[in-house]
Write a protein that binds this ligand. Structure first.
Ligand code: VG1
Ligand code: CO
Length: 543
């Protein structure tokens, strides 16, 4: 088997976004497209030579083909050992766990997360570093720069590895181990949560529904929830990981997790509902006829952390992404621990977690996690909730109401405008940027603007600066309006508008967020000339 050097030419636009490089499958299928990006990773990460690489993905269309390509390239680039999930599967948090447990130099995770799959859908690839977390911006920028000058990649001729059979194989001098994608992860979960208490909860008649959305968490949820925790068969629905996610949109929100939402809001609803996204890093939490906003979920878990086995001693600190509601800040304040505000994307939590400054972190986009891995972790959040419920034995809604009574309620919503013309979206953002200096002191929606800026973050650990991370307008009563363009979309631009207000009075905790926030929603539209500039009169998705 000889290593071959194949001439290639740079492709435009291989800059990783919020979470890796995401494009249409057809873009990735172009000769050299995947290869170039992977070669750029090998060129930028010398520790992979002679090191261990973890490889797996969410099982979407093109996953296995891509894995075979990457295996050949890894061998040709001098990787010593490659751990691959059986069937090419590894959820994003499981990949992170495997990297950490086996002290790998890094991992390549193949996923476009919640974006639809199939031949016409999306594909993606992301490099994770030795701590198990997404590569920091400095590295993703170096990888991107390398893709722009690349003129060859290395590969090796060999037959395909049988990815469906656990075992030891070799490509040239590289050892390939096809591993059980669930085992290491399930073991980690068992070390964090009180499985006996959760088993007892299920035995007491507690009913749950977990929607794996025909994506990667199916096998994980079946093994952990129905297997190790003894929940009745049928607790996990849509548990088959399919390459096109059964034609669905594997995004666990009120719009796309229709089947689960219908059951949880229907007659005789279960006590607890949850769902995960394509690659298993997101989670949605539902009670009976009750939706838990992700920002609240982070705050509730933080407030109840000492009830959970692994976090009994309390939290070092909490971090949330800038657009995430300030509910977690209220908890941190009461607990007397640090709270950090980072840009959107899990990569910004890595340094804080590594330095031991935070234990929990989360994003409004259905992402919650802890220092057990360096990715957000959907099933972790679900199990953490189960552990809390197993101790408190209260309905989810009651738990939330008590939480709000104690900390106040952060009314919150996100309005997404998908597939907006990219030029229009840029123009809208610029229009808001132009107004920022004039806003402080002004009255909008009956509130006074305290701060208006383009969010910039200085990492407290390594001092690196990340600019242009979203436009925020903060009011003196804690309300906020935030404008951001998505960094994960593949068609046009997705505009996200995040709206929040704070209500300390428990007598006023009963409103529909869309009504409680109506004046701010209207103000955001006026300020940005939303209708005029995008031609839209309503959002594509409301969360
Ligand atoms: C979105 C979310 C962000 C999340 C990212 C990756 O990014 O807003 O909070 O970290 O997706 O999640 P953006 O740039 O589109 O707003 V996942 O589950 O797609 O890996
Ligand atoms: Co995801």
């Amino acid at each position: 088997m000889t290593v071959r050097t194949i001439p290639t030419f740079p492709f435009e636009g291989q800059r990783p976004g919020t979470s890796g490089l995401r494009k249409r499958v057809t873009v990735f299928q172009q000769q050299g497209y995947l290869e170039n990006f992977v070669q750029a990773v090998f060129d930028c990460v010398p520790e992979l030579v002679g090191g261990t690489l973890v490889l797996g993905g969410d099982g979407r269309y093109y996953n296995k083909e891509a894995i075979e390509v990457i295996l050949r390239m890894a061998a040709a680039n001098g990787v010593q050992r490659c751990l691959v999930g059986r069937g090419g599967l590894l959820s994003t948090p499981a990949a992170s766990a495997v990297i950490r447990k086996h002290k790998a130099s890094g991992g390549l995770v193949l996923s476009a997360s919640h974006n639809p799959g199939g031949p016409e859908g999306d594909f993606g690839i992301k490099y994770n570093i030795g701590n198990g977390g997404p590569a920091p911006e400095k590295l993703t920028e170096a990888i991107y720069a390398r893709t722009q000058t690349l003129d060859r990649y290395r590969t090796q001729d060999t037959k395909d590895i049988p990815l469906d059979v656990i075992g030891h194989y070799a490509i040239g001098t590289m050892a390939v181990e096809v591993i059980d994608p669930v085992a290491d992860y399930a073991e980690l979960m068992e070390s964090l949560f009180d499985f006996d208490a959760i088993r007892a909860l299920f035995q007491s008649g507690f009913r749950m529904r977990y929607d794996a959305m025909n994506a990667v968490t199916g096998p994980y949820a079946r093994e952990i929830i129905e297997g190790r925790l003894g929940a009745p068969a049928g607790t996990v629905i849509n548990g088959e990981a399919l390459p096109d996610f059964g034609g669905g949109h594997p995004d666990p929100n009120l719009t796309y997790a229709e089947q689960l939402v219908a059951e949880m809001f229907g007659a005789n609803a279960p006590d607890f509902g949850a769902a995960s996204d394509g690659d298993g890093d997101r989670n949605m939490i539902l009670g009976r006829k009750f939706f838990v906003t992700p920002s609240d979920s982070l705050a509730v878990l933080a407030a109840n952390a000492t009830l959970v086995k692994a976090y009994k001693k309390g939290l070092a600190g909490i971090a949330r992404s800038m657009p995430t509601s300030c509910a977690a800040d209220k908890v941190a304040e009461k607990l007397g621990i640090e709270c950090f505000e980072t840009p959107t994307g899990w990569k910004f939590f890595g340094n804080l977690l590594d330095a031991g400054r935070i234990t929990f972190c989360g994003e409004e986009s259905f992402g919650t996690g802890s220092d057990h891995v360096r990715e957000k972790d959907g099933l972790w959040a679900v199990l953490c909730w189960l552990n809390v419920l197993a101790v408190r034995r209260e309905p989810v809604e009651q738990l939330l109401r008590e939480h709000w009574a104690r900390f106040g309620r952060n009314y919150y919503t996100r309005h997404d405008y998908e597939e907006v013309d990219a030029v229009d979206a840029k123009g809208l953002m610029q229009h808001v940027i132009d107004q920022l200096p004039t806003l402080p002191g002004k009255t909008i929606a009956g509130r006074t603007v305290k701060l208006a800026d383009d969010f910039s973050y200085t990492d407290p650990i390594d001092g690196s600066v990340s600019k242009n991370q979203g436009l925020r307008i903060v009011f003196d009563d804690g309300a906020r309006i935030i404008f951001r363009l998505s960094g994960t979309g593949t068609v046009g631009a997705t505009l996200r508008i995040y709206i929040e207000s704070y209500e300390p009075d428990p007598g006023k905790h009963d409103q529909d967020p869309q009504i409680a926030l109506a004046d701010l929603i209207k103000a955001a539209a006026q300020l940005s000339e939303l209708g005029e500039r995008t031609g839209r009169d309503r959002p594509t998705v409301i969360t």
